[in-house]
Design a binder for this molecule. Structure first.
Ligand code: UDP
Ligand code: MG
Length: 310
């Protein structure tokens, strides 16, 4: 079996050599065990880094035949970099893994075994996230909960460490969306899947390339590109408000017509205006988000641009 590894790299000069060293010995080992063919490759995707990442990739690929590089023309973001790798490389199966090797590389062998046992998709699932910050852990947990509530099928605590067979990748090519959320897309493809579980480790060097802003936009992308629940939520709010306003109107009419208590109140006039104003602006905002997505999808711009491959 010919295996390809895909590693998106954004300003990873500090970890890249260490990562390459580990993967090299892993590959030699796997080839010796004849789990993978000697034509198997390791692809580093340079996602528009502005440090020495590409130079290191070039040096590595000149030195060892296992290493190859794909250079994107600018920073397209983790998901797009990943996709460019998945859709470009050859091999009977492709495993994607982050360049910082926080994921347990010894799972790669297990993934291959499960592939040989008939799994077309093998998800890497994080058991213990102690190595992540408390902030990252809690927000991640909340995120998976929200995704579940919104009816999006994602594997709990699975990020982008996974094996995909050639069949699955051929189908992934048919998904043309620009707003990418791979971990939500892959389960939609179907096929037999399985999981391997592992504890994550700390980054050996460098800092996280996911800023809070990138994380939030990633989370919202995940929800809005796979779920229409927020839109339905607006409809529900609108409906509840409509019914309650109807009740309130009847009540005020009754008070005004049949009792002497009717004091025209400031609060009852002004508060609903603010409240409804808020609800409306929020609703328009959410609808606008989706229209923004439609706008992007309609333009169907390329999701990544490959400058060169080595
Ligand atoms: N990454 C990328 N493009 C980006 C941001 C990140 O290719 O715009 C890569 C990064 O080099 C790493 C992976 O995505 O290999 C995951 O990023 P990181 O480890 O910084 O995120 P964390 O593990 O902290 O969520
Ligand atoms: Mg990381």
């Amino acid at each position: 079996m010919q295996l390809s590894l895909v590693l998106p790299c954004y300003n990873e000069e500090e970890v890249l050599e260490e990562t390459a060293k580990k993967l090299l010995s892993l590959y030699e080992n796997l080839i010796e065990l004849s789990k993978i063919s000697s034509h198997s490759k390791i692809y580093f995707i340079d996602d528009g880094s502005n440090d020495k990442t590409w130079d290191i990739i070039e040096t590595l690929s000149n030195k060892y035949e296992y290493f190859s590089g794909i250079k994107l023309s600018r920073n397209f973001g983790h998901q797009n970099a990943l996709l460019s790798g998945l859709l470009t490389v050859d091999g009977d199966a492709v495993i994607s893994i982050d360049a910082d090797l926080q994921d347990d590389t010894s799972m790669i062998e297990k993934m291959i075994d499960q592939y040989n046992n008939g799994s077309e998709i093998v998800y890497g699932v994080k058991l213990n996230r102690e190595a992540d910050s408390i902030f990252k852990r809690t927000t991640a947990k909340g995120f998976y909960k929200i995704m579940h509530l919104m009816g999006v099928n994602v594997v709990y605590n699975h990020a982008d460490f996974r094996l995909l067979s050639r069949n699955v990748i051929d189908h992934l090519k048919e998904f043309k969306e620009v707003n990418l959320f791979l971990r939500g897309l892959v389960p939609l493809i179907g096929y037999t899947s399985s999981t391997v579980s592992y504890d994550i480790s700390e980054r050996t060097a460098g800092i996280s390339k996911y800023s809070l802003r990138k994380m939030l936009s990633f989370a919202w992308n995940g929800i809005s590109s796979l779920s229409v629940t927020p839109l339905r939520f607006i409809t529900t709010i609108g409906f509840i408000l409509f019914i309650s306003t109807l009740g309130l109107t009847l009540h005020s009419l009754w008070v005004a017509l049949f009792t002497d208590d009717a004091v025209p109140g400031w609060a009852s006039t002004v508060l609903p205006i603010y409240f409804l104003g808020g609800v409306q602006i929020l609703s328009i905002g959410i609808i606008g988000e989706y229209i923004g997505k439609i706008y992007l999808e309609i333009k169907a711009r390329p999701r990544y641009i490959i400058e060169k491959t080595i």
